[in-house]
Design a protein around this ligand. Structure first.
Ligand SMILES: Cc1cc2nc3c(=O)[nH]c(=O)nc-3n(C[C@H](O)[C@H](O)[C@H](O)COP(=O)(O)OP(=O)(O)OC[C@H]3O[C@@H](n4cnc5c(N)ncnc54)[C@H](O)[C@@H]3O)c2cc1C
Length: 302
């Protein structure tokens, strides 16, 4: 009498071929519907009984324009329906946004990544791609009931945290601005992504962190962004810590104080797998150890 597959009531499936058609279907069946992409997460939630099966399921998978990735002079537009494996292998993503490929490569297993989409990973609110997209300053474009609208990922996550996000809107694309050209020949990029789980692979994250910054020839930060998330907690940019780090040339960054800053700012959750204290300590330790490596290997060594 559990909540296993035998109990699932299957929804009516809609497969629109354009964004306008998807919008019309949604208006007709509202509010008893849900958007679907690769359905890797949805199926699991239904099977576990952690989310109800909707009466209508509107799959966005057949909308061609949501599957494309286009490069513009100032950035990259990634269709929300792009499969994770396709994103990770996309040359422009590997070249300009390597942390995104790294983050995707440790999501679940190849069979899931062949079906799962980047949009689904973001809209889940807890996907491992989110910290990386935060440090790359990504924005999201949504189809609302009044047309297309764009908002920063940070802004959307804030709505998510407050329970204010609208499930009526669907995500159409992710915009990532290309990094500014290096200010000087001598400048140096410090960039890393780390995920800690309960085992090495095929496991949900306990903590996920991302960092992206540029050092000038004097070892001072010309730009810097850091983010942390993990578990069912919503990822966040660590703006205060970023500001604090900027005071120090990299060779004089006080790492134990850095750890304290991260723990003070990172808001996360406790669950059956780990306490919030553990997650904060783990995130702080990861930032400190990775930055320590940068201090050692950059040419600004003490
Ligand atoms: C075994 C297993 C392991 C997993 N491991 C990981 C992991 O390590 N890291 C990780 O981050 N995730 C993991 N996941 C979760 C999931 O597979 C990913 O988050 C995946 O990217 C979700 O994409 P999807 O296209 O399958 O989304 P779906 O399951 O189709 O949708 C997920 C949610 O997003 C909504 N949605 C999807 N696309 C849109 C859109 N374009 N607009 C509006 N709403 C939309 C759906 O309504 C639903 O609420 C795992 C899942 C499984 C089953």
């Amino acid at each position: 009498m559990g909540t296993g597959p035998e109990r699932i009531m299957y929804p009516e499936l809609w497969q629109p071929e354009s964004m306008e058609e998807a919008r019309k279907i949604a208006d007709n069946v509202s509010p008893h519907y849900q958007w679907a992409a690769g359905t890797t997460l949805l199926r699991t939630q239904w099977e576990m009984g952690t989310a109800p099966v909707p009466k209508h399921l509107i799959s966005l998978a057949n909308i061609r324009e949501l599957n494309a990735c286009t490069t513009e002079e100032e950035g990259l537009r990634i269709g929300a329906l792009m499969r994770l494996n396709a994103c990770a292998a996309f040359e422009r993503i590997q070249t300009h946004f390597p942390l995104l490929s790294q983050a995707i490569d440790v999501i679940s297993a190849p069979s899931i990544r062949n079906l799962a989409t980047l949009g689904g990973n973001i809209v889940s609110g807890v996907g491992d791609s989110i910290p990386v997209l935060l440090v790359y300053e990504a924005s999201l474009r949504w189809m609302t009931d009044t047309g297309l609208t764009e908002k920063k990922l940070t802004e959307w996550l804030e709505e998510w945290r407050r329970g204010q996000r609208s499930a009526d809107h669907f995500l159409t694309e992710i915009w990532i601005p290309l990094p500014e050209p290096k200010p000087e020949e001598e400048s140096h990029t410090v960039s890393f992504f780390k995920k800690i789980g309960r085992r090495e692979a095929f496991t949900p994250a306990l903590v996920t962190i991302a960092f992206h910054g540029t050092l000038n020839a004097q070892g001072e930060w010309s730009s810097l962004a850091m983010a942390a998330g993990g578990g069912s907690g919503t990822a966040m940019r660590l703006f205060q810590t970023e500001k604090w780090i900027r005071q120090f040339p990299v060779s004089r960054l006080p790492l134990s104080e850095l750890m304290k800053q991260v723990q003070d700012e990172f808001v996360t959750i406790s669950d059956v797998f780990a306490t919030d204290t553990y997650r904060k300590q783990a995130a702080a330790g990861l930032f400190a150890s990775e930055l320590w490596k940068s201090m050692r290997f950059a040419r600004y060594s003490v």
